[in-house]
Design a protein around this ligand. Structure first.
Ligand SMILES: Nc1ncnc2c1ncn2[C@@H]1O[C@H](COP(=O)(O)OP(=O)(O)OP(=O)(O)O)[C@@H](O)[C@H]1O
Ligand SMILES: [Mg+2]
Length: 333
């Protein structure tokens, strides 16, 4: 049965993949459906278009309904299939992509699990040592002191994690309101380099500055940009500045409508496998080493959120054995 051109145009105007089925044959498939399921579906048996068993059963039964399935257009993707019966004997099949929502839900579940795990580890130490301390019987003084120090260190660690999590959620809550203040990024960078001085010195690392002559003013949130710089400098010094002759270069330059900030180190770098995951919360390349250095894996997640709120760009480039370069672009005033 030839379909009127207007019907085909309407179908094509839908963003989601959509098919019209009559008597188990695909009468029409819009552009999105052809992109997802392949060309050449029209006038074929519907089994050419849809092979996912649950979806196929429902379509063949011709009943209206909606349900979620996996396995259409790739195993990881998930779609809500919406079946609407049109009174002309046609069945309209729409495939609404739910992959992003599913991924977000999974990230949320993973996040709660990771946060609980990260807090439970130091808490177990605190519980263990405090229990021993409160038991009867005198403990030798050096041992008592060691337990006390451990309790303090682990409680401090928990405090850091909680502080970072609160900071992350505050930034996320603010993400729809772009910052409005004018911030002198070059001045802020100088301050951050001074603040990172003691950490750098303790590792014999030199921090060098390359600033443009003109003032670099961006639209930003002073406290958040300070936090961003502390995180990036801390990472470069901790993971990228190796002993004698080790250095980190911080540069600020004009880049058209942006001000570009680059923090560069010549350390071990990060392999391509890990690179895309660095901004995930709690993600660390070498968890044990980072934790020994007090790291929680939240720093770059915070940086990414700050950049997003500033409507800026974040790019992390790295090669194993050659070092890492983190570039932030912020809208200039
Ligand atoms: N400049 C760098 N060179 C090499 N690896 C890096 C660099 N910056 C970050 N990384 C890796 O990325 C991981 C995540 O960094 P991130 O700043 O998010 O967390 P962290 O430094 O471990 O902890 P936190 O910043 O919360 O104290 C680090 O654990 C480290 O493995
Ligand atoms: Mg860090």
């Amino acid at each position: 049965m030839p379909l009127p051109p207007l019907v085909l145009a309407l179908l094509d105007a839908l963003e989601e993949p959509a098919l019209l089925i009559a008597r188990q044959r695909t009468e029409a498939a819009n552009r999105a459906a052809r992109a997802l399921l392949g060309a050449g579906l029209v006038d074929q048996d519907v089994r050419f278009a849809i092979r996912q068993p649950q979806a196929l059963d429902a379509i063949l039964s011709g009943r209206e309904g909606r349900f979620e399935v996996r396995g259409i257009g790739g195993i990881e993707r998930s779609f809500e299939v919406v079946l609407t019966s049109l009174d002309t004997g046609l069945l309209l099949v729409r495939l609404v992509d739910r992959s992003a929502r599913q991924a977000a839900e999974k990230a949320q579940v993973d996040f709660v699990a990771n946060a609980s795990h990260e807090l439970r580890t130091p808490l177990a130490t605190v519980l263990g040592y405090s229990e021993t301390l409160s038991e009867e019987g005198e403990l030798p003084e050096p041992l008592r002191r060691r337990f006390g120090e451990q309790i303090h260190a682990q409680a401090t660690r928990m405090m850091t994690i909680i502080r970072d999590l609160m900071s992350l959620s505050r930034i996320e809550a603010d993400r729809f309101s772009a910052p409005i203040a004018e911030v002198r990024l070059d001045a802020l960078v100088r301050e951050a380099v001074v603040a990172a001085g003691p950490l750098a010195e303790s590792r014999s690392c030199r921090i060098e500055l390359a600033l443009a002559d003109e003032p670099a003013t961006v639209r930003g949130d002073l406290a958040q940009l300070r936090q961003l710089l502390d995180n990036l400098l801390g990472n470069a010094v901790r993971y990228g500045c190796r002993g004698e002759g080790g250095r980190v270069l911080v540069s600020v330059a004009d880049a058209g409508r942006w001000i570009s900030l680059i923090v560069r180190d010549w350390g071990e770098g990060v392999s391509a496998r890990h690179l895309p995951r660095l901004t995930e919360r709690f993600y660390r390349v070498d968890a044990a080493r980072s934790r020994d250095g007090g790291g929680t894996g939240l720093g770059l997640a915070i940086v990414a959120q700050i950049v997003e709120r500033h409507r800026g760009l974040l790019d992390i480039r790295s090669r194993e054995g050659e070092g890492t370069e983190v570039e932030i672009r912020l809208p200039r005033v």
